[in-house]
Design a protein around this ligand. Structure first.
Ligand SMILES: NC(=O)c1ccc[n+]([C@@H]2O[C@H](COP(=O)([O-])OP(=O)(O)OC[C@H]3O[C@@H](n4cnc5c(N)ncnc54)[C@H](O)[C@@H]3O)[C@@H](O)[C@H]2O)c1
Ligand SMILES: [Zn+2]
Length: 352
């Protein structure tokens, strides 16, 4: 099928990106050999389609609704999911369907990874961010008071099933945040995707399954090359060294993740230009596309260069005291480098 990508890790799994397919989930699961009882853990925003799916799966299917948002990625929600699954007598051959944004995918995915030492998982992402990023790759987990994503496991899904028609209710800001990761995928690995995004109408582009699929394909490719994030997968961190530091300094929830990453991409592209790794024109081109999708590019005024430098040096991507940067060399091609003098970073941050 031409709407299907494939992750080849382990026994492998299909990643389907299409429009108006959510009702066909039972058949798609059957096709990949998933035959057990189904437990749908759904974002409360998805209550109506989730209930319809329960009816089509029939007898023995269970449903638990969870509010979306970062606050749900915690021990309390995880415990609610365990309580639900165990009360419904989950068995080893059963399947957990994570039906929602990245938050539901991460927490329900972690529950699937750990309940009864692991049951099958289907990711059915309903935000653009979850489609182009979190649903593929098998990272699951929750937050801890001492840090985001501090507890988790790799648990590859058996199927990723993305229906872009479900995005029509997604708030505009959430949609834009998802586009930030898609634009990032274009910059690091796919010049044609970047050009397509630059030419698309940002108000309707999400409805184009081919465009969304192309953005998902970059994540699929990178995961296929490097499942445990040793090398290539680091490229996905473009914009994230600075972006994570911004999120941490502002406090989570002030900016959406994708918004912080857009600012991070802008600053990191300027670092690449200052290193003469890329042409200065790349920065302008990227800015025009980010702005087209209503994404910010300027560092919030309450954050100083010094604060940002301090936080970045404590990031988990720092190896032996040196920051590992994913930086663009040209549109469609990024590299990993440690050779970025701190004074150059500081100069970029203060020059604006
Ligand atoms: N596992 C990974 O590899 C990975 C990668 C990137 C991000 N993440 C995680 O993903 C999370 C962010 O995901 P997110 O941005 O999807 O956030 P989210 O899951 O909180 O969803 C954002 C908001 O949209 C709502 N929503 C979801 N689908 C909707 C729809 N179709 N219509 C209307 N509203 C809808 C949710 O209820 C929520 O309020 C973060 O916790 C991040 O750490 C994980
Ligand atoms: Zn991200």
């Amino acid at each position: 099928m031409n709407d299907t990508l494939r992750v080849t890790v382990g026994t492998g799994y299909p990643v389907i990106v299409a429009s108006d397919i959510w009702r066909e989930l039972p058949a798609a699961m059957h096709e990949v050999g998933l035959r057990g009882r189904v437990h749908i853990i759904a974002d409360a925003q998805m209550a109506v389609p989730a209930q319809a799916l329960v009816e089509s799966f029939g007898e023995g299917t269970s449903l638990l609704l969870i509010p979306g948002g970062e606050g749900s990625k915690d021990m309390h929600t995880l415990m609610r999911i365990y309580d639900h699954l165990l009360a419904h007598r989950v068995e080893r051959r059963d399947i957990v369907v994570a039906f929602g944004g990245g938050v539901i995918g991460d927490v329900a995915g972690y529950a699937a990874a750990t309940v009864l030492r692991g049951v099958a998982l289907v990711q059915m992402p309903t935000t653009l961010l979850a489609m182009v990023d979190s649903a593929v790759g098998g990272k699951t987990g929750i937050n801890h008071a001492l840090g985001k994503n501090m507890i988790g496991a790799f648990h590859q899904p058996r199927l990723v099933y993305a229906d872009v028609s479900l995005l029509k209710t997604l708030p505009q800001r959430e949609l834009a945040a998802g586009w930030a990761e898609a634009i990032k995928h274009g910059v690091i690995r796919d010049a044609q995707l970047f050009a397509d995004l630059a030419g698309a109408d940002p108000t309707t582009a999400f409805f184009d399954p081919a465009l969304v699929r192309r953005a998902v394909a970059v994540k699929v490719d990178v995961v296929n090359i490097d499942v445990y994030e040793q090398a290539e997968r680091m490229l996905l961190n473009y914009g994230h060294t600075v972006g994570h530091a911004i999120e941490q300094l502002l406090g989570y929830g002030v900016l959406l993740h994708g918004e912080a990453i857009a600012i991070g991409m802008h600053i990191e592209a300027r670092i690449a230009a200052a290193l003469q790794l890329c042409a200065p024109a790349l920065v302008d081109l990227q800015t025009s596309v980010l702005e087209r999708y209503h994404l910010p590019t300027q560092l919030p005024s309450q954050i100083s260069a010094r604060q940002l430098m301090d936080v970045m040096q404590r990031d988990k991507k720092v190896l032996a005291g040196q920051i590992r940067w994913a930086l663009p060399a040209s549109i469609g091609h990024a590299v990993i480098t440690r050779d970025v003098p701190l004074d150059l970073v500081e100069r970029v941050l203060t020059s604006n």
